[in-house]
Design a protein around this ligand. Structure first.
Ligand code: SAH
Length: 687
């Protein structure tokens, strides 16, 4: 089946219709999937295998046949483990057709076709009985349906259904139990992902402070969890205010209820401070004794055990609805509310003299509705964007450059989504009405400057002289930032918009930024390489079929694409110097012809070339630039510091080369082409 999907091109802004076959979606899903990462997760695999062996032996010791139900079999890995451990029969359920097909092939290749039946259904569609998908109910339930938040992939309803219809009472479950842990914390850095801090502006006539409106101050934000690699958060960036506390656990061997509920624990802060966030993670016990434990605990919790790197399970940050000052030793209650798929938190202070009897009464008011953004800023700005707008260093660069270009009679047009630049521009001197266009959702944070800042809700190509009161624009500004951007160069939409509004610009217009440049560097990743690297043999099982499937999906579109990753979460070291590869001159319109470049970079350090990282730098005004990528390269080891608010583009090389020292440095040649018609960047690297 073919469908036409309409979308606005993120770079050029033009509407385009793409013909998408059914294949497209699933290639995307497989190419970007976490299957490879799971197969590389040695700690997970080993512990599942141990848990499965133990469960099969317990059933056998009771003199029963071991009948396994594996929900969400993926590659078939856990069923093959069960069959090798002596299970009599496995029903391997997989809803995603391409994966179910792969599982059939992998099971066959490993010689388990007579023991494992792959069923391409959602588990809730599976039937039991003589003519059913399963002959009888299973007595071992094996699943791996968890996400970073544990329940976000629908584990609870799936278990609830399985216990009702697919497994025997008293079945063995692997994992046996999951436990969610929390720790209350204060962190200016993480709180800045939810709250807009006051912005200080040094204007000619004294310091001005931009204060967010109270509606925004009191907004509970959005419900979705913030999942990050908490292990990359330096301990200097947060303070834990409580011990680690068990929030709730789920026993998977007993009937599971998915209906909304809440859990409440008592806490005593170990330190006074501002309670802002709840850090959370989970572990799973593979067996009832708890001896086989797989944990997502971050580095400061289990400092002795070696951390397994994984990207399919990370840690969670939850934002409390409001910041709450707490005192060491005072009595607090932390409440976790959950529905079928998500969790959210709130904090209550115990009332003076409260005892257990009061608690029942107290419970009535602890059920808290899932947070809903009322101020709209949380819908317009995602968490990294909040962080970016709160970045004072960055703001300072914009203020400095605005001050250079603005005059009191400037007529200013800003093109960026949800930007504070118009407000800054007003304070810094543009006393004429600066104009502010937004194409999607305007931000009503104009600090009562409605008469000074006009929001034009028009696409740039539809801008009319009347929108601008027949004035010509003397200063065109942009960060640039657009919510539709995924890859760094998508923000070049600013250039296309600038081209579209050309007729409205004064002949001596100043454009800020003046230009952008694309930078590139070859890197060795500490861990991120795993997500795109073939696995081959996993715990003794041949999963090459999966590797090939991923490779096919990555090559599905002729030209391989770069993918966005926030590299502050994924350490790497540079093997080459950073190199400027293309520049885009915003003082001119977008040219008709392609912009291309070729060259080579020398590998200066020993290491594995996993790929190239690309990012944009914006030249705001003379000698003032901001980088959306590399911030610092610290030492001769090549450790990199990345902009913490932006995703960089990563182009994984299809084969890895190891560079040796250095007398005759290896060179990587590249060809990069920016097609100004399509806004796409094509890349080719030769090692
Ligand atoms: N068991 C494999 C793969 C785990 S990924 C392993 O451990 O390596 C989870 C898989 O479960 C995905 O392939 C997803 O498509 C599938 N899935 C999730 N919920 C399901 C359900 N209720 N019924 C069938 N498949 C499901």
């Amino acid at each position: 089946m073919k469908t036409f999907c309409g979308r606005a091109n993120p770079t050029t802004g033009s509407m385009e219709w793409l013909e998408e076959g059914e294949d497209y979606d699933y290639h995307q899903e497989i190419a970007r999937s976490r299957y490879a990462d799971m197969l590389h997760d040695k700690d997970r695999n080993v512990k599942y295998y141990q848990g499965i062996r133990a469960a099969v032996s317990r059933v056998k010791e009771r003199g029963e046949k071991a009948i396994v139900l594996d929900i969400g079999t993926g590659t078939g890995l856990l069923s093959m483990m069960a069959a090798s451990a002596g299970a009599d029969f496995c029903y391997a359920i997989e809803v995603f057709k391409p994966m179910a097909n792969a599982a059939v092939k992998i099971v066959e290749k490993n010689g388990f076709s007579d023991k494992i039946k792959v069923i391409n259904k959602h588990s809730t569609e599976v039937t039991v009985g003589p003519d059913g998908d399963m002959q009888c109910r299973a007595n071992i339930l094996v699943t791996e349906l968890f996400d970073t938040e544990l329940i976000g992939e629908g584990a609870l309803p799936t278990y609830e259904h399985a216990h009702k219809y697919l497994v025997q009472e008293g079945c063995e479950a692997v994992p046996h139990r999951a436990t969610v842990y929390v720790q209350l914390a204060e962190s200016k850095r993480m709180w800045s992902w939810k709250k807009l801090f006051p912005v200080h502006v040094e204007a000619e006539d004294g310091e001005k402070i931009l204060v967010p409106p109270s509606e925004m101050e009191n907004c509970p934000g959005v419900p979705s969890v913030c999942d990050i690699q908490l292990n990359q958060m330096p301990s200097s960036d947060f303070t834990t205010l409580s011990d680690v506390v068990t929030m709730f656990s789920v026993d998977f061997s007993k009937p599971v209820q998915s209906a909304s509920t809440y859990y409440r624990v008592q806490l005593e802060p170990v330190k006074s401070g501002k309670a802002q966030i709840v850090l959370s993670w989970w572990d799973i016990d593979m067996d009832p004794s708890g001896m086989i434990n797989c944990t997502m605990a971050p580095y400061w919790v289990k400092p002795t055990s070696a951390l397994q790197w994984r990207d399919h399970w990370m840690q969670c940050v939850y934002f409390l609805p409001n910041e709450e000052p707490v005192l060491q030793g005072e009595k607090l209650y932390l409440t976790a509310c959950r529905d079928e798929y998500s969790v959210w938190y709130s904090l209550q202070k115990a009332r003076e003299g409260e005892n257990e009897a009061d608690e029942e009464e107290h419970k009535a008011d602890v059920r808290v509705e899932s947070p809903v953004c009322r101020c709209r800023a949380h819908l317009l700005w995602n968490r990294p964007r909040f962080g970016e707008l709160n970045d004072q260093n960055r703001t300072r660069q914009y203020i400095k450059s605005l001050r250079k270009v603005l005059k009191t009679d400037s007529v200013c047009l800003c093109i960026s989504d949800g930007s504070l630049l118009p407000v800054l521009a007003h304070y810094l001197g543009a006393k004429q009405v600066p104009y502010f266009i937004l194409f999607f959702r305007p931000l009503h944070f104009t600090n009562h400057l409605e008469d000074k800042i006009k929001i034009i809700e028009a696409r740039p190509e539809l801008l009319q002289p009347s929108h601008l009161e027949d004035k010509k624009i003397s200063v065109l500004v942009g960060e640039p930032f657009f919510t539709t951007s995924l890859l760094p160069w998508h923000n070049l939409y600013f250039w296309y918009a600038r081209t579209a509004v050309s007729t409205h610009l004064a002949s001596n217009v100043t454009v800020l930024p003046q230009s952008a440049s694309l930078h590139m560097m070859i890197v060795e990743f500490q861990d991120l390489w795993r997500i795109r690297s073939p696995c081959g043999i996993c715990e003794g099982f041949d999963v090459q079929t999966m590797d090939e499937m991923i490779k096919d999906s990555l090559n599905f579109r002729e030209s391989k694409e770069a993918e966005p990753h926030p590299l502050w979460e994924y350490p790497c070291k540079s093997l080459s110097d950073p190199q400027e590869v293309l520049t885009f001159d915003f003082t001119q319109t977008v040219p008709q012809h392609c912009l291309s470049t070729e060259g080579s970079v020398n590998l200066l350090r020993k290491g594995k070339s996993h790929g190239a990282v690309l990012w944009m730098e914006y030249h705001l005004a003379d000698n003032i630039s901001v980088s959306t990528g590399l911030m610092k390269m610290s030492n001769e080891k090549g450790n990199c510091e990345w902009n913490p608010h932006c995703k960089q583009a990563v182009y994984f090389f299809s084969s890895v080369i190891e560079s040796e020292i250095l007398s005759d440095p290896t060179a990587v040649t590249y060809a990069i082409n920016f097609d100004t018609k399509t806004g796409e960047i094509a890349m080719d690297f030769k090692l």
